[in-house]
Design a protein around this ligand. Structure first.
Ligand SMILES: C[S@@+](CC[C@H](N)C(=O)[O-])C[C@H]1O[C@@H](n2cnc3c(N)ncnc32)[C@H](O)[C@@H]1O
Length: 245
């Protein structure tokens, strides 16, 4: 399969960082963080002083709540935005923060962790191999890698970019949607196993008036929720757990 060039989304990423600096995620964890921490509880609490990394950590919200759930964990956050990492270091006591790029490997650490997380990030990228290799490189042998976000249950890999009508010159990722089957094959080729645990949000998310690409929910007639964004892409969330095969 021919590789797809990663478009230059710098402006969009800067916009993303502004959003995360505004958020107040330390007080109450996101619903998805509660789900992820519940799913990994048995594994992490069975480890002695677990080393945990969060890739694309933004201002450290997930690590903050991970530290609350597992007080003896050693916490490391990785992101490529220095201003987000500065805020994370101020907010997450005892956390270690590293400026590195999961796609290019620039600044990538050579240490390894028992549990490596990446939440709500992988859909930004068009190609799987670069970021997947970097995630696995920092996972200890016998450790686990967890990737939370949208995975297509149908056998179609969806690559999208979008343009806002009032800002047509800025390219934006529309949230790429790798299929579970393709991801499982990527992992099988590396001698790894994939386990997907699906998740549905249990609260209503309002539309963000300023940004049509932020997700929101609406209810079907039977009361179940649909999560969608302004690209009209329905989101099926799942936690991918990667282990040695
Ligand atoms: C959508 S936010 C998700 C933040 C957080 N994980 C959460 O669940 O709330 C994406 C994060 O990934 C970071 N990011 C995007 N591309 C990255 C890259 N190539 N390397 C490292 N971090 C990246 C952004 O700076 C941002 O903090």
């Amino acid at each position: 399969m021919a590789p797809v060039a990663e478009p230059d989304f710098k402006e969009v990423k800067a916009h993303d960082s502004e959003h995360y600096l505004r958020e107040e995620g330390k007080r109450e964890p996101k619903e998805s963080f509660k789900f992820i921490l519940g799913e990994v509880r048995d594994y992490v609490s069975g480890l002695d002083s677990p080393r945990i990394a969060d890739v694309g950590c933004a201002t450290g919200d997930f690590l903050y709540h991970t530290g609350q759930a597992f007080p003896d964990a050693e916490l490391t956050g990785i992101d490529f935005y220095p201003e987000l990492l500065e805020q994370a270091a101020a907010d997450v006591p005892g956390g270690n923060f590293i400026k590195a790029d999961v796609l290019t490997g620039e600044g990538w650490p050579d240490e390894q962790f028992d549990a490596v997380f990446m939440n709500g990030v992988h859909s930004i990228f068009f190609e799987v191999d670069p970021w997947l290799d970097n995630m696995l490189a920092i996972t200890k042998p016998g450790g686990r890698t967890f990737i939370f976000g949208i995975w297509n249950p149908d056998d179609v890999d969806v690559l999208t970019s979008v343009r806002y009508v009032d800002d047509p010159d800025t390219p934006r990722s529309g949230w790429n949607y790798v299929s579970k089957t393709t991801m499982t094959r990527h992992l099988e080729r590396r001698g790894k196993s994939a386990k997907f645990t699906d998740w549905e949000i249990e609260m209503d998310l309002p539309r963000d008036k300023d940004d049509p690409m932020r997700t929101w929910t609406f209810r079907r007639e039977d009361g179940t929720r649909v999560t969608i964004n302004g690209a009209q892409i329905v989101h099926n969330f799942s936690l991918l757990e990667i282990t040695d095969a």
